[in-house]
Design a protein around this ligand. Structure first.
Ligand code: NAP
Length: 314
């Protein structure tokens, strides 16, 4: 029985994975892309992307990834819906276990992205998904027409979610644990100036109310300086407090830093501690985390993989 050995297996279909696929496919490497639980990655949960070069009037996040996918497919990329459950990188070719079957690859590009961080407060888990707690304003915002909602966080995501929600909600509370936003100035200015957004500074959420009723009936928050508790009368809670990298079965053997992100070798943004295995995008970038930087890393990883194959026999 002959076993197929892939030239390049790319894990993830966000900006990083799809850009790697475009480059690897155009280099005639016939890449195989493994598509996980969120096809298209985080961009598909964002509304308008205003800062991706080449789109002077903005572009819908979902459409942008669809375009990348179409471009990758045009040059011969193959897609398979599968999740990697285990890896063996001790020998060549590299071994990837996909639940009930195993595939082999000369080079691997891990572009698994990051998942939303949750608060862990009572009520969050019980009321998540269709019951009022969500991590995606683009997906769920329209359900909150003329209602009051809260957004948690102080970064660009929180500001963006809050602004998006003003299209539907009667009022948006932006709950942040400090008294200034981490978001870029333009986004912070837009959010703080918006008449429908009320800033709730120096406050942390302590409980999502409504578990008994089966839907959110309020959010209890605590002022961090005074300790005072209050309840925001909201029907929706949108969590936007950052992300956790999806390193799953890859770490170990791949090294990670103290924040849990894949750690590239010194002098490279994409080369891991395993030769011929690369990382790209939000799973290894806790500094920039932009669609364009993820795409850039995907490009680098594919070019590195191509060079590695040329040197080691592809
Ligand atoms: P982020 O920049 O890491 O911000 C996370 C926010 O959540 C921070 O304000 C943080 O507070 C707060 N936070 C973290 N853990 C918390 C907890 N347990 N309880 C309460 N608050 C908590 O994450 P992000 O907003 O998702 O942005 C990630 C990256 O994507 C950034 O580089 C951002 O610029 C980029 N991004 C860009 C755009 C855009 O350009 N349109 C849109 C979205 C995201 P502290 O400030 O006190 O740490």
């Amino acid at each position: 029985m002959s076993t197929t050995v892939e030239n390049v297996v790319i894990i993830g279909t966000g900006c990083a994975g799809l850009t790697a696929a475009i480059y690897a496919a155009r280099a005639n490497l016939n890449p195989l892309v493994l598509e996980g639980p969120l096809p298209g990655g985080q961009l598909t949960t964002t509304s308008e992307v205003e800062n991706f070069p080449g789109f002077p009037h903005g572009v819908d996040g979902f459409q942008l990834t669809q375009n990348m996918r179409e471009q990758a497919t045009r040059f011969g990329t193959r897609f398979e819906q599968a999740q990697v459950t285990a890896v063996d990188f001790t020998s060549l070719p590299r071994k990837l276990v996909l639940g009930d079957h195993t595939i082999f690859a000369r080079t691997v590009i891990v572009a698994t992205g990051a998942s939303p961080r949750m608060t862990g407060i009572p009520g969050e888990k019980e009321l998540y998904g269709g019951k009022g707690v969500t991590t995606c304003a683009t997906c769920d915002g329209a359900f909150y027409r003329k209602m009051e909602v809260a957004v948690l966080g102080g970064g660009d995501s929180a500001a963006e979610e809050a602004l998006f929600l003003t299209r539907f909600a009667s009022k948006v509370y932006l709950v942040h644990r400090r008294d200034s936003l981490r978001a870029s100035k333009i986004m912070a200015d837009r959010a703080t100036a918006h008449e429908k957004i009320q800033m709730v500074w120096d406050s942390v959420p302590v409980e999502v109310l409504g578990v008994k009723e089966g839907s959110v009936s309020g959010l209890k928050v605590k002022h961090v300086k005074t300790g005072a508790l209050s309840v925001l009368p909201v029907k929706g809670v949108f969590i936007a407090i950052g992300h956790i990298p999806n390193t799953g079965p890859f770490a170990p053997p791949l090294q990670v830093d103290e924040g849990g992100y894949f750690k590239p070798q010194p002098g490279s943004q994409v080369q891991t501690n395993v030769p011929g295995v690369y990382v790209a995008g939000d799973c290894s970038d806790h500094v920039f985390r932009q669609a364009i930087t993820a795409a850039g890393m995907g490009c680098q990883a594919a070019i590195e993989a191509e060079r590695w194959l040329a040197e080691h026999g592809g």
